[in-house]
Ligand binder design. Sequence first.
Ligand code: SAH
Length: 345
Amino acid sequence: MNALAARIAALIAAQGPISIAQYMTMALHDPDYGYYATRDPLGPGGDFVTAPEVSQMFGEILGLWTAQAWHDQGKPSPARLVELGPGRGTLMADALSACALMPAFLDAVSVELVESNPVLRAAQIGTLGRWREKTRWAGRFEAGGKPLFLIANEFFDALPIRQFVKTPRGWCERMVTADPSGALAFALAPEPAPLPIPGPAEPGAVYEICPAATALIDAIAHDIARHGGAALIVDYGHGGGAGFGETLQALKDGAFAGLLDSPGEADLSAHVDFAALAQAAREAGCAAHGPAEQGDFLLRLGIAQRAGRLGDFEGLDRLTGTDQMGSLFKALAILPAGAPKPEGF
Ligand code: SAH
């Protein structure tokens, strides 16, 4: 058992079983041992590779998409350009470089990076050296008084989820408990949860919700409805229907690991429920477009032509191939209700 597992077991001994959301929060963000508090999972020898680390084309296209949305909305100035979970800063650096084609956009925006990980913040400061004076950092998303242009890649999949399991007595929350030796294990809450979970389901079916994601989309969409702007959320996940099926996974050293085996040492993530995000955006008064499959989205925005210019056909294949990142990953756009339909959808 590692030190964080012992800390979690002590908490459970004191207060009883904890939700999977609370377990994820501790495993990812414990200040001493949390996965995202202590390391750079994207660097050489890291646990996973993200689209901006595959090819500069990804950040370039997302940047130009954002500048186009800004242009379509009458070039508001000043405006905010916010990225959630910027990783090593690669996406934002490529986005800003591409936006040199639209200097008025670069003049209009201030850059804000929402990052909780001190190791990655240091990497971002290095990557974004050229843009340092127009960039600031925050630990969480804050609504502001200006048009909001926001991008997030592989951020929502790291937000804590809750799981419910269908039993003869109803939908019971799956909790994390500890046996007398301190070993972590799953257990079902004895009482069913009073949640409006849709549709019939077989016993044993699992339903996932991500309250942190819907709350964040609510805040972003209210800000966009009020001040204008656009958000582009790219992540892996499912497009339609309810969040049935168990998708929470642990990745350690590039391989799947047990969810409870070594908290803080494995990345934990779950499929993003894009239908739930789109619904939250609409309820906040915005229009939601998509989700579009990442491959379709990037191809509509001209990635094949860009790959031809750069000679980067491997990057093209990895980002758009249906057996690679092209289908599983999806893009969702959130815009003011009356704004023109964005490119790529
Ligand atoms: N977007 C980057 C990195 C994805 S990894 C890329 O595509 O390469 C997830 C990122 O979100 C990391 O930067 C991580 O530190 C950050 N992160 C995860 N949970 C967070 C939270 N609750 N608040 C702020 N940042 C968070």
